[in-house]
Design a protein around this ligand. Structure first.
Ligand code: NAP
Length: 255
């Protein structure tokens, strides 16, 4: 590695990434492997495709299959890690869902599903991982995947906006409590990225061209676009960065 860039290296680190089978989570797994980390992907279905992509650079990918909507999801992840004798240095809370519906029609079930995965699970998984870091004095890095709707209102996605706005606040709150333990809690707010999350938007011609025309970079983002920010926040280079939500948005928020 070029002198001076070693502070960005993830050699010797193990990263736990939720929602690792596709999209941004998959992109982050590949980026971390390229930076030298061992990667453990959490998903509700096989991470075969991610494992294949990672295998081009490393053979250090493992998966933990858990449906994160289950009440004991955090216990399942922590037991799987203990069984495999894995200790984690980096946690990326990436898994998330969006349900598009007029605010007047949102059901309690849909509201709960979004808030439970995008917000409650992020807190309790972070708590379980950080508890270990506090006990063993090791410190660590947590990266929450936020959204443009951590800053803006959005439309027809009230639970999603509530959950992603909450993540921005939670990132700051946890940073305030855990910075003293050498735990860095930060977030990445992706702009409009070409993944399953935005399939509906991208297939709606009017919405798609409306969105594209507002992105200064003039294109949808990709999982590769998140790589640099994720590596930075996971690395020693970010050791004095706490509670910040970094937008990777092609300039959307600058508009
Ligand atoms: P995606 O392709 O839909 O990925 C979401 C991931 O979460 C998938 O791996 C999905 O698994 C997983 N997931 C959902 N429910 C789960 C459950 N109950 N148990 C386990 N895993 C579950 O979309 P993405 O864009 O990569 O989303 C990743 C994160 O980025 C999300 O938090 C999203 O809100 C955020 N984000 C995305 C954009 C964007 O424009 N794409 C913008 C801002 C923020 P399955 O494949 O099995 O569903």
């Amino acid at each position: 590695m070029l002198e001076g860039l070693s502070m960005f290296s993830l050699e010797g680190k193990t990263a736990l990434v939720t929602g690792a089978n596709t999209g941004l989570g998959q992109g982050i797994c590949v980026a971390f492997a390229k930076a030298g980390a061992k990667v453990v992907g959490v998903a509700r279905r096989s991470c075969e495709e991610t494992a294949k992509l990672v295998s081009a650079v490393s053979d250090d990918f493992q998966e933990i299959i858990v449906d994160l909507s289950e009440a004991n999801a955090v216990e399942q992840i922590m037991s799987a890690l203990a069984e495999k004798n894995i200790s984690v240095d980096i946690l990326v809370n990436n898994a998330g869902i969006i349900k598009r519906c007029d605010a007047v029609d949102v059901t309690i079930e849909d509201w709960d599903a979004v808030i439970n995965l995008n917000e409650k699970l992020v807190f309790f998984l972070s708590q379980a991982v950080a508890k270990k870091w506090v006990q063993n004095g090791a410190g660590g890095k947590i990266i929450n995947i936020a959204s443009m709707l951590s800053f803006q209102g959005g439309i027809r996605v009230p639970a999603y906006t509530a959950s992603k706005s909450a993540l921005c606040g939670l990132t700051k709150e946890l940073a305030n409590e855990w910075a003293k333990y050498n735990i860095n809690v930060n977030a990445i707010a992706p702009g409009y990225m070409a993944t399953n999350n935005t399939t509906a938007l991208r297939s709606d011609e009017d919405r798609s061209s409306e969105i594209l025309s507002r992105i200064p970079a003039g294109r949808w983002g990709t999982p590769e676009d998140i790589a640099g920010a994720a590596i930075f926040l996971a690395s020693d280079a970010a050791s004095y960065v706490h509670g910040f939500t970094l937008a990777v948005d092609g300039g959307w928020l600058a508009r």
